[in-house]
Design a protein around this ligand. Structure first.
Ligand code: AMP
Length: 184
């Protein structure tokens, strides 16, 4: 189980789980949100282009996002596997990911959905204090998740593993690892 995508609404704890799982499975954690934030922090041209999308909770255009992921997945550490956190975010991106993987004769092993009630996460996100964590932007990101990203759950029905994302961090990590093991 080395090529894994994490899907879940904003605030489901994907990032935290991705960090844990990346250590336990010894595969790189690739977060498109983190990559964009690093570009913004370094004030690169890409960072300047994407800042307004992050600030307003909208998706960065697919061409920009897909290209950034294509470059990242071509790096040597991603050859043996990866945990994608926050990508794909819509069906178009999922198609592109499929094309990138089949070009190197690989495919996804699993797609993990973190399931959590939206209302539960608003308070958690507000407490996180990221610049795109105002209540209005959070609500918008939730809407984007419902309309753009949730269709991936059908798209990936064959590889989908749904995990209850309510609980302690360690407990949820164990749920993910157990369900990954149960599939191999
Ligand atoms: P995240 O860190 O995953 O919550 O992402 C933060 C923000 O980065 C999102 O609200 C989007 O503006 C942008 N972003 C992250 N991943 C993607 C993606 N796959 N496609 C488009 N925009 C993205």
């Amino acid at each position: 189980m080395t090529r894994v995508v994490l899907v879940g609404p904003p605030g489901a704890g994907k990032g935290t789980q991705a960090t844990e799982l990346s250590h336990k499975l010894a595969i790189p954690h690739i977060s498109t949100g983190d990559l964009f934030r690093a570009h913004i922090a370094n004030d690169t041209e890409l960072g300047q282009d994407v800042k307004r999308y992050l600030d307003s909770g909208q998706l960065v255009p697919d061409e920009v996002t897909n290209e950034m992921v294509r470059v990242r997945l071509a790096e040597p550490d991603a050859h043996a596997g990866f945990l994608l956190d926050g990508f794909p975010r819509n069906v178009g991106q999922a198609d592109v990911l499929g094309t990138i993987l089949s070009a190197s004769d690989t495919k996804l092993d699993a797609v993990i959905e973190f399931r959590i009630d939206e209302e539960l996460v608003v308070a958690r996100l507000l407490a996180r204090g990221r610049t795109d964590d105002s209540e209005a932007v959070i609500r918008h990101r939730q809407e984007v998740y419902r309309s753009e990203t949730a269709p991936l759950l059908d798209y990936y029905a064959d590889q989908l593993i749904t995990v209850d994302a309510v609980g302690e961090v360690d407990e949820i990590t164990s749920r993910v690892l157990d369900s990954l093991r149960a599939r191999t």
